[in-house]
Design a protein around this ligand. Structure first.
Ligand code: B12
Length: 467
């Protein structure tokens, strides 16, 4: 074995059945950044437990094989149960490794994670700089507690070190380290985040970090000031994936890709001029009321076939309450226009906000049904800990246990506990009413890979009946 510092990333999984997953982009970014800055001084590997059936066995084997100096766990809040089930297991099989955690859950819940688990350090928010400095300090035998942007447990409680500055020039971050994965592991799954696929060979890409809006349910991961990659840098990555891995479909997963419209047009124009024939979809990241017709047209020309618009609520009072302040009429108009252009639109809706009237939820369902949307997802609100939404929810329910505040998409919700009203039932009704035979036929005619979609719908209906 070389003298390099061996780092093993562990991508954790959620326990809800049939969860979609995609490549662990955050970890791939970190690996690229470490390798660029430390070269052969680091030896990075990954185990993505979401794609493995026999998870414990595989983890044990990997720990034995790699003998990591540092284990870096990457977790989302709804995957929290992984820690109580596995940290001791990891400790038993790699007792000498430094155990650190990063990602959205570490960012939102560092204090409870460190007090409840034998984890040495949590890295808060954007991980590249802090992780690099932590690895450097580790390699030199320096004081890790001096590293910015981390949390650790001390005698008197959790200590949060000074905040690390965000990386202003996103073009300075290298391409995600795709050598850590085999794309095939992510191309076969029956559940894709996007809901539909035009091409099997797909990849998620991100062109900016942060979002200036202040929606109450958000764990602000990358701050409130938008930081952007240049159009050249972003399109070069698309070209790299196109040539190197024959990726033909790109999922742009920025928080709000269309915040800077001139830049969005520049990216689209560069793709059009590049000669690449690609499909583009947006599993999450477009804001529907700042979108203009000309944006939709150029997105289509660049290859976009599917746009997701997070609408959340059809009720104006709820839009104010959750501070999304979405202009619903404008979004509906854009949906109708995009659909007319042959694009597939999907709406995200949330049911059961604290203090929401039943009539307001029904209005949301009605808004979806009356829209020209091809697809809709109705989520039962989960007030994740350390969000403003969680504070709002606490005013309606004294005891907020982890099942209500850290689950994936449960149909027994905080709202039901607080009011007795079964939001899950409304959610089911919403799906059944939204997907009318007429809409299904209309959507079916539009979707690109029909056989793939039929199998997806089959499993979706199967899961819905089990709810
Ligand atoms: C795209 C996206 C989606 C897409 C996924 C599409 C896709 N193809 O990937 C869709 C719409 C499907 C989705 C769904 C959901 N999402 Co989402 N999503 C995002 C989004 C916008 C980007 C994620 C991403 O890839 N970021 C880019 C990479 C580079 O960032 P990263 O993974 O966070 O990694 C960085 C750091 O976290 C850190 N890091 C990560 N791992 C590690 C490990 C170590 C050891 C270290 C040191 C550091 C570290 O360093 C990395 C580089 O800086 C984020 C918000 C955001 N801006 O990040 C929300 C976000 C991740 N989603 C969130 C939520 C809640 C959900 C849902 C649960 C919502 C719901 N109720 O259904 C589902 C869960 C789906 C699932 N099974 O995972 C929350 C998670 C909150 C939390 N604390 O866990 C976020 C943070 C949104 C928010 N701002 O609150 N999502």
């Amino acid at each position: 074995m070389s003298n390099a510092i061996r780092i093993l990333f562990v991508k954790t999984y959620g326990y809800a059945p049939n969860q979609a997953f995609d490549v662990p982009l955050g970890v791939l970014y970190l690996s690229g950044y470490l390798k660029k800055n430390l070269g052969s001084k680091v030896d990075v590997s990954l185990i993505d437990l979401r794609i493995i059936t026999d998870k414990h066995q595989a983890l044990k084997k990997k720990l034995r094989e790699v003998k990591p100096h540092i284990i870096g766990i990457s977790t989302l809040a709804f995957e929290h149960q992984f820690l109580s089930d596995n940290v001791e297991f990891i400790k038993a099989h790699a007792p000498d490794a430094l155990l650190i955690i990063g990602g959205p859950y570490a960012t939102s819940n560092a204090e409870s994670i460190l007090s409840e688990n034998r984890i040495d350090y949590a890295i808060i928010g954007e991980g590249e700089k802090s992780l690099l400095k932590l690895v450097e300090a580790f390699a030199k035998g320096g004081d890790i507690r001096q590293v910015k942007g981390i949390a650790y447990k001390a005698e008197h409680g959790t200590v949060l070190t000074e905040k690390e500055d965000y990386i202003e020039n996103l073009d300075s971050i290298p391409t995600p380290d795709y050598a850590l994965i085999d794309f095939k592991d992510y191309w076969g799954s029956r559940l894709q985040f996007n809901g539909i696929l035009a091409e099997k060979r797909h990849a998620s890409v991100i062109s900016s970090r942060a979002c200036p809006y202040r929606c109450v349910y958000c764990h602000s991961m990358f701050g409130k000031k938008l930081r952007k990659r240049s159009a050249e840098h972003f399109v070069a990555e698309i070209r790299y994936l196109y040539n190197r891995y024959q990726v033909r479909e790109f999922h742009i997963i920025d928080d709000v890709f269309n915040l800077d419209r001139p830049r969005m047009h520049e990216i689209c124009n560069k793709i059009i001029q590049s000669g690449m024939t690609i499909k583009i979809a947006f599993p999450n990241g477009l804001r529907g009321d700042i979108l203009e017709y000309e944006d939709i047209l150029i997105l289509k020309k660049a290859g976009a076939y599917m746009l997701t618009l997070a609408i959340e609520s059809g009720a104006a009072r709820i839009q104010t309450l959750i501070r999304k302040h979405l202009n619903i009429a404008k979004v509906m108009d854009n949906i109708a226009f995009a659909e007319k252009q042959g694009l597939i639109t999907r709406g995200f809706f949330m049911l059961g906000f604290p203090g929401e009237e039943i009539a307001e939820m029904k209005l949301t369902v009605q808004t979806a049904i009356q829209s020209k949307l091809s697809m809709a997802s109705f989520f039962v609100v989960v007030p994740f800990e350390n969000t403003e939404l969680h504070d709002m929810a606490k005013k309606h329910l004294d005891v907020m246990d982890k099942d209500l505040t850290g689950s994936y998409q449960s149909s027994t919700s905080f709202y039901e506990k607080a009011t007795g009203y079964k939001v899950g039932r409304l959610q089911k009704m919403a799906y059944l009413r939204f997907y009318s035979p007429l809409r299904l036929i209309r959507v079916f005619l539009k979707i690109p890979r029909k056989s793939y979609q039929i199998s997806k719908w089959f499993w979706f209906a199967f899961d819905l009946l089990r709810l």
